[in-house]
Design a protein around this ligand. Sequence first.
Ligand code: SIN
Length: 533
Amino acid sequence: MADSPRQFDFLVLGSGIAGLTFALKVAHAGTVAIITKKSRAESNTNYAQGGIAAVTSEEDSFESHVHDTLTAGGGLCNEAIVRGIVEEGPARIEELIQLGMKFSEREIHGQRELDLGREGGHSKRRILHAKDVTGREIERALLAAIAAHENITVLENHLAIDLITTAKLGQAQANRCAGVYVLNNETGRVSTFSAPRVALATGGCGKVYLYTSNPDIATGDGVAMAYRAGATVANMEFIQFHPTCLYHPEAKSFLISEAVRGEGGDLLNLNGERFMEEVHPLKSLAPRDVVARAIDREMKRSGDDHALLDITHKPARFVMDRFPNIYRTCLGYGIDITKEPIPVVPAAHYQCGGVRVGEYGETDLPGLYAIGEVACTGLHGANRLASNSLLEALVYAHRTAKHMLAHPVEPPVVELPKWQSGSATDPDEMVVVAHNWDELRRLMWDYVGVVRTDKRLKRALARVQNLQEEIQAYYWDFTVTSDLLELRNLATVAKLIVRSALDRRESRGLHYTLDHPKPVESLAQRDTLIRRE
Ligand code: SIN
């Protein structure tokens, strides 16, 4: 079932920090539609606890932030991009504050100043935060500004199905992105949205793994759509596993922020031993790849199903004030973090690769841009430094908007066709989708997790291919549903991760394989690129 086409000057897919900031920056120049899968505040950003890394203190320096980012990135960052983002950071932070964002402050010698947190891999305190609910506060501030803008239409419960390219429509003119097919989840109808500029801001793909810190929306939609449309995807093997997600049978995806270790939290095994002492000079505050692997190793060695994070040596008042959300949530599960250590496990957290973009968020498909976690800019390299992602999103939303406004384009002269799909419905469909969803996420966890081998990756590739064939058959024959579309995207992204991991025959940053356990010098600065033929 298809609705009539709708036309805008800018289409934005996703309503996290990247999409909302971008929309606000272009809205004075034309009409903007923000297409978002659930409610407008439901984004990865909303769940960010730690904060935004930026140089705002006199004790810090751009050089130090650049150095920490490059060190974490394991020889794969683009230094010019890193430098540009770090140096542009303070201006973008100031804009966010002007918009109404309230970062936590502290009083020093009678003066109020920003309270800067510390996280793994940072040699200075430089994380701006709003206690431990930074993302929620960012969304509040940005959504208030969006609501006041008459040029912006927010379409909630709308899921983008696929990008529309002029090549797919058989047009003779040079290929470009011309719009998107969108499923309205409330009516089940599909609309054609057209615009000369489409910005992907759809976040990451944590749900491709069984255990993740990400919310349900993180199904890799942007990467999967861009790949299907012919854009280049880069470095998908670098999936960051956050070392400390809450381990509790009833807790779903609840993160214990790295800031807890930044404030002195210690990692222990179940015998109470500090196992990070011999692993890295920064101990529990080592970069995430090091910590996640150490926990994984400790769990495999001992047979334990989790590790512990202990902050009980800090005053209870401090813990409750600095981490109110973590304190309350854990207490809800019967864990008083001021009195007992927190059970934790690593879980998929962040996609360091993504749709490859240039300096202005442009992909190699004209008309298509990517900002935020969905994009691969060159900032993160083989491992993202904690809290650099919100900074990247702010800077790239700004750059992309500025670039588009300086280079206006006419809408393509093509009439975009209505959506056509199978109309069959099948009572069995839900169980097949649910089964394949579970199978995919478990096989990614078991075979493509923190520690990889060639054999496991090849096994994963064969399984993902089977699943993809089954999903494809459903896709063509049956009425589309959001579950089916998300599963299709997850399977596409799973395959991209596995193919990229097989392609990188070395261990670097987040990609660690027992078959090639060391970095290979000649592969530094070599991105893993995949493009659909
Ligand atoms: C955290 O609070 O630990 C997450 C910060 C991040 O992923 O950048």
